[in-house]
Ligand binder design. Structure first.
Ligand SMILES: O=C(O)CCC(=O)C(=O)O
Ligand SMILES: [Fe+2]
Length: 229
């Protein structure tokens, strides 16, 4: 799976510590392509978990929210999720988003993500979720019918996503416009959850997070053959 590639990343990181790298901070990497500025950050405690905090500018976030609104999926309060299966069934904006994630992965410091960017189609399944204040998602590992390498793009309200393994919890702040990529252990071994049960429940570095509506777009690729694990 991703172990060798993660080890390869670690070796590269050690070399950079010894010989230096143009990018200054540890576990960060800058790339600038097609007006898309991607600073990849590795969540060290969860192997295979990476985040780009400013993946989408405010302008791109607004455009994406308008595109979602124009689908008219969420016209009733009881409907908070829309799923599309198959590349040909993805809306144009989801294909564009998938393309820019793919491009960003190709210039990421992770050998796994670089290699993943050669997959075609990169993603062929999409879920858009709308969470009202107080709503989140229970701890889970994504279904094995999806291949390794899963993306989550966050819009609107910030929230904390907890990654748990046994009694260990690693909280990750998901801000609007951020991109999370998970693979390997982060995808198959750690559970992820968003617990927004009570207003004022979530906090980050001692600050309460203001819970408003949150929208997320999850992009995945269906396994073409049954998973081997
Ligand atoms: O909404 C999110 O940020 C996460 C969604 C998720 O984990 C899923 O659909 O499997
Ligand atoms: Fe999930």
């Amino acid at each position: 799976m991703s172990k060798d590639e993660d080890d390869e990343y670690e070796q590269q990181a050690i070399l950079e510590q010894v010989f230096g790298h143009s990018s200054s901070s540890d576990s960060s990497f800058d790339s600038d392509s097609d007006n898309c500025y991607s600073k990849w950050e590795r969540i060290e405690k969860v192997k295979g978990l990476w985040i780009v905090r400013n993946f989408l500018s405010s302008h791109k976030q607004s455009r994406l929210l308008s595109s979602i609104a124009s689908e008219n999926w969420f016209t009733q309060p009881s409907i908070n999720q829309s799923m599309r299966f198959g590349y040909q069934n993805l809306p144009r904006w989801a294909i564009n988003l998938s393309d820019s994630i793919c491009q960003s992965c190709s210039s990421s410091p992770s050998p796994f993500l670089q290699n993943l960017s050669m997959r075609y189609p990169f993603f062929d399944q999409m879920i858009t979720n709308v969470y009202q204040p107080g709503e989140g998602i229970c701890p889970h590992v994504d279904l094995l019918k999806f291949e390794d390498g899963i993306a989550i793009v966050s819009l609107e309200s910030s929230c904390v996503m907890d990654f748990t393994l046994g009694d260990e919890t690693v909280p990750v702040l998901l801000e609007p416009g951020s991109l999370v990529m998970m693979y390997g252990e982060a995808r198959y071994v750690w559970k992820h959850e968003i617990n927004r049960k009570d207003a004022g429940f979530q906090s980050w570095k001692g600050q309460l997070l203001d819970q408003t509506t949150r929208t997320s777009i999850t992009l995945r690729k269906l396994c073409s053959s049954p998973p081997s694990i």
